[in-house]
Ligand binder design. Sequence first.
Ligand SMILES: [Zn+2]
Length: 302
Amino acid sequence: MGKGGAMIARQGQRGFGGRVIVPASGLLVGVWLALGIAVAAESAEGPKTAPTIEKGAQAPHRVTSPHFVTEFSVPPPVGRTYGVLCERAYANFRRMFNVEADEVVWEGKCQVYLFATRDEMVKFATTVTKSLAAAQSAGYTNITTEDPTIVLYLDKNDQGKLRRTLVHEMTHVFLQLFHGGGAKVPVWLHEGFAQYFEFDSDPEHSRRKDSKARIKRLVAHGQQAPLERFWTMDFPPTDMDSYAQAWSLVDFMVQRGSAKMTGQFILQIKEGVAQEEALRNTFRCSLPQFEAAWRRYAQQSY
Ligand SMILES: [Zn+2]
């Protein structure tokens, strides 16, 4: 990006000399989310045009694939890698959630912005999306049924972080939008799945080990949140105990049940079935049985 910073213009327009052009509709209407809680947002009426990083002194690059448009100011070889990663992750989600190849998960393309520095992302967050909370985080997401958007930056000290965060954010987008949106997916499932795929994308991810140790310790002392409360509660990104519990529950469902059963469970939730009933329908157990089995799993497997 040039000295003007994160300059953007509507698609098809160019040369705005450093001014930030905010689209009149669409992209900014949804709820921008700082790494964490995902809420489905209605898309705006009228024509929608996603902004594009304006071509500046250090021209940003763009890769288009079937489901994504990836714009990046990171070095081209790096950016292209992420373009490929997006489609690969999409295919993983499809397998896990049993989504047919021809299903339209979102209209248009998911817009992925990869900034070379945190400063560029912060500028984009503060001037374009007006999200101060997002500016504080490693990335953020706008989940809209048309052109959902993910914004991230490359941490020079931790190159793997961009890949992990991208997978994490994409999980939120996919989870909420597949099969036509439906009921809001509870926070524990959102964060559980986002971390599940995030950890899966990096076998060396230290948080997987940390999460195992954390949840094992909590369960050993009976300090985990009771499921009946946990699966309706909200928690902030700083609540590491809840994040670990959310991941562990999804890990348990997939490892001790199956990816297919877990996918069916999510589908029922999206269709509006109560969680306890969805558990009975797919995992054939009651809430207390499920909770006891999960606690045993955490004690024995981590
Ligand atoms: Zn998240």
